[in-house]
Design a protein around this ligand. Structure first.
Ligand SMILES: C[S@@+](CC[C@H](N)C(=O)[O-])C[C@H]1O[C@@H](n2cnc3c(N)ncnc32)[C@H](O)[C@@H]1O
Length: 249
């Protein structure tokens, strides 16, 4: 009788050990796949960053591009478009490295100007300082645009106070990388009703962080409310979308 109990306990212990070993085996495979993906993604950002330095011929280093800053792959998309299509009037929601990159493109093109709306006075000063360090201050203006409650799409929402924006020609390129998500999940939606009516025919809009639910919801609302926008997703690490404005007759 005792022998049977001992054997049963032993079998139970073996089953438990086998279960644990299999669990660890799966864990090791998941870790290996994650590491490979992580390396591939990091390598992609390094390639994009190196490409940016080459195509922009920068003599000074850009600020760091992790965390809050736009990622190198998104910046590379912006630069490629700005250099290819040479937009004249570029408007940006949120300033930072993207402002530097776009301003440098304007300088290379020998025409165009960037108007960057920035809600945070501290970051506005930082971007102006960076523009001056890179000798790009005449190609971009950072506009203090505090977030204020505004009537958007039938409700009140915080968005940039655009009263500091000068009278502009139709916008050829619009970059939406703010306000930050902390303001509201759909913090970037108001850019549509506020700025899409000011786009030039053929203009391009770039949205960063398009993998997040708030940005996906904004894209869906814009697609519904602005049928002239052709939406394409871009393979950037945080998700991104490019919207071409093709006005319907
Ligand atoms: C997504 S970031 C904008 C990034 C910008 N387009 C760029 O390329 O660097 C949105 C806002 O975050 C703020 N911000 C920028 N850098 C930050 C940092 N290092 N930490 C916290 N907030 C930051 C600024 O107010 C900016 O308008």
């Amino acid at each position: 009788m005792m022998d049977n109990v001992a054997i049963a306990l032993l079998l139970l212990l073996c089953a438990y050990i086998l279960y644990k070993v299999r669990h660890m085996h799966l864990l090791v495979h998941t870790l290996r796949d994650d590491t490979r993906l992580g390396h591939a993604s990091l390598f992609r950002q390094l390639e994009a960053l190196q490409g940016l330095y080459v195509s922009l011929g920068l003599r000074r280093a850009l600020p760091l591009t992790r965390g809050w800053a736009a990622s190198p792959d998104f910046l590379q998309e912006l630069a490629a478009h700005a250099l290819d299509e040479q937009p004249h009037c570029v408007v940006e929601c949120s300033s930072g490295i993207s402002t530097l990159v776009l301003a440098r493109c304007m300088q290379i093109n020998g025409s165009g100007k960037v108007y960057s709306l920035e809600h945070d006075a501290h970051y506005a000063r930082r971007t102006r300082r960076q523009l001056a360090l890179h000798g790009l201050e005449s190609w971009a203006t950072v506009i203090d645009a505090p977030l204020t409650l505004q009537a958007v799409g039938g409700c009140q929402q915080q968005w940039y106070d655009c009263s500091g924006l000068p009278v502009l020609p139709p916008i050829d390129m619009l970059v939406i990388d703010g306000p930050p998500q902390a303001v509201a999940a759909d913090a970037r939606y108001p850019a549509g009703p506020a700025l899409f009516p000011r786009l030039a025919p053929g203009a391009m809009v770039f949205l960063d962080d398009a993998a997040r639910p708030g940005e996906r919801a904004a894209l869906a609302r814009w697609a519904h409310e602005f049928p002239g926008m052709e939406i394409q997703s871009l393979p950037c690490e945080k998700g991104a979308a490019a919207l071409r404005y093709r006005p319907t007759a």
